[in-house]
Design a protein around this ligand. Structure first.
Ligand code: HEM
Length: 597
C-alpha cells in the first residue's frame, strides 16, 4: 500500500475560540490544517473529496456520533499547541478523491430516465389510451421492472455502499478492481436486456437468463468485496450492520432465483397460449422475485442506513435500538416465509407473512421515530435541510403502501388484485425507495464530493413532481379497480410527472458530482512562498513545470495537487523536499511576468 506522508505546519494563532458550530468542516481544515490530526484520530479525515465536506461542525459531529464540545476543544488545542516535531499522519491514497460511486450513480440515472421510468411512462400512457391494464405485454413490463430494480436501485445502492463502507468502518475498500468489475457486469446485463428485448422475438428468449447470470455474478462480487472490507475493519459492529449484510445476501439470492426462473423460460417450461404472457415468466413468479429483491435487498439497505443516520439527519430523538434489533430478525424470517409461499403459491402462509411484514414495518417506522418532534440540537445550525422532507415523506409512502398491500387479502377478483399490487409496488418503488434514494443523496452526495447541491429550485420541483405523480398514480390505479376507462386515462399521464421529477433530480445530482468546486482563493499579486501549492498552481498553471523541474514530481498529478497541495505552502514544501526556496522563487517569478516578488 502506498502511504502519503503529510506533514502539517504548526500554526501560531492566539485568539480564543476559533471553531464555532456553524463553521463547515471544509473551512476548519482550510483555515487550520493542523487540526487534520484530530479528524484523523476520529477516523473522519477523508470524508469529503479534498479538504472535508461543506457541513457545519455541529451537524458533522452529531452525524458521526462524536461529542461536539469535546471535539471542538480538541481542535482548539491542536491549533494552539506547539508540537515539538511536525505531525506526520498517513492517508491511504485510495481514499483521497475517491469517485468510485460516480459511474454507478450516473448509469443508474441514465437507466432510470430511459429504459426504466420513461419506458414505464410510455406503457402507462398505452394503458390510458386503451382504458385497461390488460393490454400490456408482460415481457415488456418484466424488462422495465428488471431494468428499474437492478439498474436504477441496485446500481445506486452498490455505488453508494462501495464509497460509504470503508469510511463507516475505518478501513479501505478491499478489491477495488472487483468492485469495478461488478459495475461492468450489471451494465452488460442492462445493455443485453435493452438490446435483445427489441431484437429477440422468440417465446423462449435466452437474454433474460444471461442478464440474470451477470447480475448474480455482480451480486456475488459485491458480497465478497463487502465481506473482505468488513473483515479488515476493527470498528465495533453497528446497528446497521446486520441489515446491510442481510441485504447483500438477499441480492445474491434474488439474482440466483431470477436466473433460475429465466432458465426455465428459455427451456420452454412456461409455454402459454396467452399472447400477453408470451416470452415472460409467469406473473406470480416474477412478482415473488420483485418482492425478494425489493424487501430483501433494497429495504434492508434502507432500513440499515436509516437506523444509523435518521436521528442526526432529522435531528430527532435516538432510534429505539432494542426494538430495531429484534425487528431485524422477525422481518427477515417473515421474508423467507413470504417469498417461499409466493413462489409456491401456498396461500395461508402468504397471507400470514404479508400481515406480519406490514405490521412489523409499521413498528419499525415507529422505532425510527421519523415523525417525532425535533430535539433541537441543530436548531442554531445553518444548513440545507431539503433531505428531511424526502426522508419523512418516503416513510409515509412506505406506511401507506404496506396498508394497500394488505387489501389484497380482502378480494379474489384478479383485476382488483392486479390494481392493488401495482399501486402498492409503485408506492414502494417510487414513493419509498426512490424518495429515500433522493433524500439520502441530497445529504450525502455533497459530503462525498465536497460540493453543495447545485440547485435548490430543482430539488423543490423534484419533490413536488414526484409526490404529485406518485399520489395520482397510486390513487387512480386503485380507482382503476372499478374498470372505469376515465380513471385509466388519468393514470396514463401520471408517469410523465414522475419521469420529469427523476430527470430533474438526475441533472441536479449529476452537476453536483461533476462540477469542479468554486474554490475561492485570494488573487496572488506578490509571491511570498506562504501561498499554498494549490493556490499558486491554480492561478498560474505555468508554474507547474517549474515546480516539477525543481523536484516536485507529483505536482503533475491533478489529484495530489488539489488535495495535498491545499494543505502545504510552497515554502514548507521546499523545506520538506530540501529544495532551495530562493532559487525556486526566482524561477517562479520569471515564469509569471505579472507576479511581484
Ligand atoms: C416513472 C415512474 C414509473 C412508471 C411510469 C412505471 C410504470 C409501470 C407500469 C405501467 C407497469 C405495469 C403495471 C401493471 O401491469 O400492473 C410497471 C410495472 C413495474 N414497475 Fe414500474 N414504473 C415506474 C417506476 C418504477 C420504479 C422506480 C421501479 C423500481 C424501482 C419500478 C418497478 C416496476 C416493477 C418491478 C414492475 C413489475 C411488477 C410486477 O409485474 O410484479 N417501476 N411499471
Amino acid at each position: 500500500m502506498i502511504i502519503i506522508k503529510l506533514k502539517i505546519e504548526k500554526a501560531v494563532v492566539t485568539m480564543a475560540k476559533r471553531i464555532d458550530r456553524n463553521m463547515t468542516v471544509k473551512e476548519v481544515l482550510e483555515q487550520y490544517p493542523e487540526t487534520a490530526k484530530v479528524f484523523q484520530k476520529y477516523n473522519l479525515l477523508i470524508v469529503g473529496k479534498s479538504c472535508g465536506p461543506h457541513e457545519p461542525m455541529a451537524f458533522f459531529t452529531k452525524a458521526h456520533g462524536v461529542d461536539y464540545e469535546q471535539f471542538a476543544q480538541e481542535l482548539e488545542t491542536a491549533i494552539s499547541e506547539k508540537p515539538e516535531k511536525p505531525e506526520v499522519f498517513e492517508i491511504d491514497p485510495s481514499l483521497i478523491g475517491d469517485t468510485i460511486y460516480q459511474k454507478f450513480i450516473k448509469t443508474a440515472i441514465i437507466v432510470s430516465v430511459t429504459t426504466g421510468c420513461l419506458y414505464g411512462a410510455v406503457k402507462l400512457f398505452q394503458v390510458g389510451l386503451a382504458g385497461s391494464f390488460d393490454v400490456l405485454l408482460k415481457r415488456a413490463i418484466q424488462m422495465h421492472g428488471a431494468s428499474q430494480l437492478v439498474g436504477w436501485v441496485g446500481l445506486y445502492i452498490m455505488g453508494f455502499f462501495y464509497f460509504i463502507l470503508p469510511r463507516l468502518k475505518g478501513t479501505v475498500l478491499a478489491g477495488r478492481r472487483w468492485a469495478n468489475l461488478s459495475f461492468y457486469l450489471i451494465l452488460a446485463g442492462l445493455v443485453i436486456r435493452a438490446l435483445f428485448y427489441t431484437l429477440e422475438t422468440s417465446d423462449a428468449p435466452l437474454y433474460p437468463f444471461v442478464a440474470g447470470l451477470l447480475d448474480t455474478g455482480a451480486a456475488a462480487i459485491f458480497l465478497g468485496v463487502c465481506l473482505k472490507t468488513l473483515m479488515s475493519s476493527k470498528e465495533p459492529k453497528g446497528i446497521q450492520d446486520n441489515f446491510l449484510l442481510a441485504g447483500i445476501v438477499w441480492f445474491l439470492v434474488s439474482g440466483i432465483i431470477y436466473s433460475i426462473l429465466n432458465l426455465q423460460l428459455f427451456l420452454g417450461l412456461f409455454k402459454t397460449g396467452d399472447p400477453l404472457l408470451v416470452g415472460s415468466v409467469p406473473p406470480y413468479l416474477f412478482s415473488a422475485w420483485v418482492h425478494l429483491f425489493l424487501m430483501g435487498f433494497v429495504f434492508n439497505f434502507i432500513f440499515g442506513i436509516s437506523s444509523k443516520t435518521i436521528s442526526s439527519f432529522l435531528d430527532t430523538p435516538p432510534v429505539r435500538e432494542g426494538v430495531i434489533r429484534k425487528f431485524f430478525w422477525i422481518y427477515n424470517l417473515s421474508l423467507i416465509g413470504y417469498v417461499i409461499s409466493a413462489l409456491t403459491r401456498i396461500q395461508q402462509i402468504y397471507f400470514i407473512t404479508l400481515l406480519l411484514i406490514a405490521h412489523f414495518t409499521w413498528i419499525f417506522i415507529f422505532s425510527l421515530r421519523v415523525f417525532e418532534r425535533k430535539v433541537g440540537d441543530l436548531d442554531d445550525v445553518r444548513m440545507d435541510r431539503s433531505h428531511e422532507r424526502f426522508i419523512r415523506v418516503g416513510y409515509v409512502w412506505l406506511a401507506i403502501s404496506s396498508g394497500i398491500a394488505l387489501f389484497q387479502l380482502m378480494t379474489k377478483d384478479p383485476y382488483i388484485l392486479h390494481m392493488l399490487r401495482g399501486a402498492a409496488n409503485h408506492g414502494y418503488t417510487v414513493g419509498f425507495v426512490s424518495m429515500l434514494m433522493i433524500g439520502f443523496s441530497m445529504k450525502m452526495i455533497p459530503v462525498f464530493t465536497g460540493n453543495q447541491i447545485w440547485s435548490g429550485t430543482l430539488t423543490k420541483w423534484t419533490f413536488w413532481l414526484l409526490n404529485i405523480g406518485n399520489a395520482s398514480r397510486i390513487g387512480f390505479e386503485i380507482l382503476c379497480a372499478t374498470k372505469n376507462p376515465i380513471f385509466h386515462q388519468i393514470v396514463g399521464f401520471t408517469g410523465f410527472l414522475e419521469v420529469l421529477a427523476l430527470f430533474l433530480f438526475g441533472i441536479n445530482i449529476w452537476v453536483t458530482m461533476t462540477r469542479e468546486e468554486a474554490y475561492e482563493v485570494k488573487p496572488i499579486e506578490a509571491f511570498t512562498g506562504n501561498e499554498t501549492v494549490f493556490a499558486l498552481t491554480e492561478q498560474f498553471p505555468q508554474t507547474i513545470p517549474v515546480l516539477k523541474e525543481a523536484g516536485f514530481e507529483k505536482i503533475t498529478n491533478p489529484l495530489l495537487r488539489k488535495t495535498l497541495g491545499r494543505a502545504i505552502t510552497v515554502k514548507k514544501a521546499c523545506q520538506e523536499q530540501k529544495v532551495d526556496f530562493s532559487t525556486l522563487k526566482q524561477k517562479i517569478i520569471a515564469s509569471v511576468p505579472t507576479l511581484r516578488g
